[in-house]
Design a protein around this ligand. Structure first.
Ligand code: SF4
Length: 286
């Protein structure tokens, strides 16, 4: 039976993108290929917040005890090696059982599953079929992978996802979405590592709904987003584009949400809020 290293598993409301406002189970896998230490920092500088917390990692026994950060990756504990022991390795059986416990009716009805990270498409692709084939997961109709858009799907997983979208048994279609949060230079990651148009295009080829989501703090970020959009379009990407304000904490988020909404309107792009910030203060488990 397959196992997944799970950083968090919780039930909440999706705060971002296409499914904003939809009750969702969040399955956060451990591990990421990036650090995104540039978020919230002056251009060219990197946040040390996650590393400083890591130095005293022994003080924390549970996710809920970890401090929230205002710069860098707000999900740092889902990939930083110092917190790996907070993320248990669970069998697909245990995950499916736990999901049913946290669903309001103890079974899937209209809720949506978000597989997030970290970067959920790293090494875990081989483990998802076991979980999604579990008898307790058959009522699930909608999945979103929240990815940074840099990971190629294996041929086996591509085929599995193509098949998953159509259930011959019950004669209903399922919806598969890739929410691609492409990392611009403000993240601190290099363009050539972060912007992978052909890979994102390949998610569309399997029939999934794919959209791009850019975190914007400044006009320079928007200029970078425009350059990236051109590259994605040139590769054949046809999905929607969302702009989203920077800010894992309310004070930062409130600084630029209106400005980002204005830029989105002016350029005919979609605006995505981060409902988890005003609703839940972006606490762990929300
Ligand atoms: S890709 Fe996402 S999870 Fe990974 S470091 Fe960047 S913001 Fe954090």
């Amino acid at each position: 039976m397959s196992k997944l290293k799970i950083a968090e598993l919780f039930y909440s409301i999706q705060g971002e993108g296409r499914y904003m406002g939809v009750p969702s189970v969040f399955l956060r896998t451990f591990g990421c290929n990036f650090k995104c230490a540039g978020f919230g920092m002056p251009r060219g500088e990197l946040s040390k917040e996650a590393d400083e917390i890591a130095e005293v990692a022994h003080m924390y026994n549970k996710y809920e005890e970890l401090p929230l950060v205002s710069t860098g990756c707000d999900s740092y504990a889902s990939w930083h090696p110092s917190f790996k022991d907070l993320s248990p390795m669970l069998t697909s059986d245990a995950i499916a059982e736990r999901i049913c416990e946290i669903l309001p009716f103890k079974e899937w009805r209209t809720e949506h599953l978000v597989i997030t990270g970290g970067e959920p498409l790293l090494g875990w692709q081989r483990a998802y079929p076991d979980l999604l084939n579990h008898p307790k997961m058959t009522g699930l109709r909608e999945i979103t992978f929240e990815t940074n858009g840099t990971q190629t799907l294996t041929p086996e997983f591509s085929q599995y996802l193509k098949d998953w979208q159509w259930s011959h048994k019950d004669n209903y279609t399922r919806e598969l979405t890739f929410s691609v949060s492409a990392k611009l230079p403000c993240s601190g990651e290099k363009w050539e590592d972060a912007i992978k148009p052909e890979i994102v295009r390949s998610y569309q080829v399997i029939g999934a709904n794919v959209y791009l989501k850019f975190v914007i703090a400044t006009e320079q970020d928007f200029a970078d987003a425009q350059r990236a959009i051109e590259e994605y379009r040139a590769a054949g990407f046809t999905g929607h584009v969302y702009l989203m304000p920077v800010g894992g904490v309310e004070s930062v988020y409130a600084l630029n949400n209106r400005a980002v909404a204005d830029i989105a309107m002016k350029n005919g792009l979609r605006y995505s809020d981060r409902l988890q910030v005003p609703l839940f203060k972006n606490e762990w488990g929300t």
